[in-house]
Design a binder for this molecule. Structure first.
Ligand SMILES: Nc1ncnc2c1ncn2[C@@H]1O[C@H](COP(=O)(O)OP(=O)(O)O)[C@@H](O)[C@H]1O
Ligand SMILES: [Mg+2]
Length: 338
């Protein structure tokens, strides 16, 4: 059966109508507004969209790590059927790292400057009781080597500031992988690495996914990587999912003008030398309630309806949803499954 259509009784992760806001002096930023998706055990799920569309906030919300005064104001996050929103802070500490681990977008902010790399990575393994004694260092060194980090023994004695951005990022990845969690949230995991190391790390993630059934939520702006590695994808725009489904469907027949624009902006070897087609304009800050489709101001197909009524996700193909009036028979009424 096609991986994209495989639905077991209880998904590993189910995010349902998630809403996250950040109060700011300029008003309430609706960073995530009504996002729903599911990730099955052992699957790789891609989250794409331009900067500022709510990808990081979604990843952090799953672990209940939204930096205050930001907060989750609605929705459910079910992990193996249990609602993480109802867990105590102590229970969440056990979920973080042990069941769900995360590679953060900003490695410098996620590493503690006061402790060596060795102290930090062994503390994680001790806390979750995955190894002890000499095995702690061995396991760390082995992971560093798999991630292409040289002199792994010396690295354990280093403080974060002594490492380059690329090395910090790989140390972060090692910290997320040292405990064998069931779900890895990888937020732009290879953004400061060179191309060779990027593909080495993606190969490692795919291997872990296959070997130990690790599910991965891969947040990236690289649609090529999603096409190669993910079964399913969600396209984010301004805190909402505008298109989602099987990668084979969404990338072969993109329906939403935003997804079409993202794909058209990809470098195409056959058009090398000619300028890339860019989506006009940029992502606004989601401060005010937008009456209609958030993408309408940048959309070449926008009509009066688009400026007034918010489109809902509707089925546009086999295992494929899009939120766009080009496909809604009855504007504003059709509501597909998430
Ligand atoms: N700590 C914060 N305070 C205020 N606004 C924030 C904060 N973090 C994120 N935002 C806003 O929330 C929206 C979504 O941000 P984010 O989830 O980081 O997007 P992405 O990861 O897709 O680039 C953006 O408009 C961003 O400016
Ligand atoms: Mg981000």
């Amino acid at each position: 059966m096609d991986a994209g259509t495989c639905t077991s009784a209880v998904p590993l992760l189910e995010v349902d109508d998630l809403r996250v806001v950040f109060p700011t002096p300029r008003g309430m930023v609706k960073a995530v507004w009504g996002v729903s998706f599911q990730i099955q055990k052992g699957h790789m799920y891609g989250i794409v969209g331009e900067s500022g569309c709510g990808k990081t906030a979604t990843g952090r919300a799953i672990l209940r790590l939204i930096p205050p005064p930001g907060k989750i104001v609605g929705g459910r996050i079910l992990f193996r059927g249990e609602n993480l929103m109802e867990k105590s802070e102590e229970e969440m500490r056990r979920v973080r790292g042990r069941s769900i681990s995360m590679i953060f977008q900003d490695p410098a902010a996620a590493l503690n400057p006061l402790f060596t790399i060795g102290q930090q990575i062994t503390a994680i393994m001790k806390r979750h009781k995955v190894a002890h004694g000499e095995a702690l260092r061995q396991r760390a060194e082995q992971l560093f080597e798999e991630l292409g980090l040289p002199h792994s023994r010396d690295l354990l004695e280093c403080y974060p500031h002594q490492l380059s951005g690329g090395m910090q990022q790989r140390v972060m990845i090692a910290m997320a992988l040292c405990v064998e969690s069931d779900l890895l949230i990888a937020d732009e995991p290879t953004s400061c690495l060179d191309v060779t190391i990027q593909s080495q790390i993606l190969d490692l993630l795919v291997r872990l996914q296959k070997q130990r059934g690790l599910a991965i939520m891969l947040i990236t702006h690289d649609l090529g990587v999603v096409a190669e590695t993910c079964e399913r994808v969600a396209v984010f725009y301004l805190g909402r999912i505008v298109e989602q489904g099987a990668v084979s469907e969404v990338f072969r027949h993109p329906r939403h003008p935003y997804t079409q624009g993202l794909l058209a902006a990809l470098p195409d070897p056959q058009r090398w030398g000619s300028p890339l087609k860019m989506i006009p304009g940029s992502v606004p800050t989601p401060l005010e309630a937008i009456p209609g489709c958030a993408f309408a101001p940048r959309c070449e197909f926008a009509t009066d309806t688009c400026g007034n009524v918010e489109p809902q996700l509707v089925s546009v193909g086999d295992d494929h949803l899009a939120a766009c009036f080009l496909y809604a028979a009855d504007p504003g009424k059709g509501r597909g499954r998430a």
